[in-house]
Design a protein around this ligand. Sequence first.
Ligand code: ATP
Length: 362
Amino acid sequence: MSLQIAGVGKDFGKQTALSDVTLDIAGGELICLLGPSGCGKTTLLRIIAGLESASRGSITLDGDDLMQQAAHQRNFGMVFQSLALFPHLSVEDNITYGLRLRKMPAAARRQRAAELLDMVRLPGVAKRAVSMLSGGQRQRVAIARALAIEPRIFLLDEPLSALDAGLREAMQIELRELQQRLGITTIVVTHDQREAMTVADRIAVMNGGTIHQMGSPIDVYRRPADKFVASFIGQTNLIPATWQDDRLIVRGSLFDPGQAARDNQHTSPDSHETWLSIRPEELIVLDNNAASPPGATILEATVRFIRDVGASIEAHLELPANDNQPAQSLVALVSRDKVQHLHSGDTTRIQLTADCTVVLET
Ligand code: ATP
């Protein structure tokens, strides 16, 4: 089912937790609300669930006004960070709790619990007490319980944050596979960008009660809309730059950021100061004896140290201070071949190209 969120805002007294959030979620899509602590993601999820009222705006489900429906009428499945399982009840009684309230007969309930336990890969534990399960198993029970009522929308608030790193990554993949198999429209709240990149069709990157950018994981990674998104999603190098007509001045050198960046610049002619975002894997470190390509923008940098963690090698570089700017650290991912020619204290050169650089809205 599709969900339309239009102009939703929420004030707690004088504090605005959400301002003017608009989001269209297609049927079967998995959306992550991603942002730092306090950005408003839980508040938005609770408004969608009906556990909190909005101060303004509207939410419709396949065109029907949701604001008129109480939480229990919405028939949404929810998994909270705390899981909120009943520890004294068996796995089966936890899973079928909502079905009992809906007066489903006992035999049908048992069968449904068995199907759901198979679905979340936890067969054979129906009669066990929840207190006897591991963290990952409890997580699966909470998911099975939320799905038992055949919810119209599946909502999860930091569902995996209590798990250790390895289990968490495995559960992210399981959650995604399950959601795709069921084709259920799902919203996941997380502050973990890797988790969002793993599970989401699209990510809503939030900060300060607003959505900064909405896009596919690769979109928000490769084409971050602003400085906040660029630094929140993955690692990046942010270099200050100044527009001068249709070029940029970067640490005293002229740089052509390409037509697309120029087109964007024309929409906000007043913002002359800006930032370049260059991902470490996109930062080009030239070979020592390579000639500079004609017309290229080349900056000199000092090699500070090399961090070799086996699977990848990072060259930590520094652009030297000049009259106007302090020294700036950069990180480049380099190949094992290239790193043999880089030594701490050496001077090297980096090349800026339009392809590997994103000019950000500030
Ligand atoms: P976290 O990841 O820490 O849970 P979040 O992004 O989910 O953060 P919210 O819990 O939605 O953020 O909170 C957004 C803002 O609204 C915060 O500044 C928070 O202090 C405030 N807030 C949330 N709930 C209430 C409440 N019931 N009363 C007053 N202020 C609240």
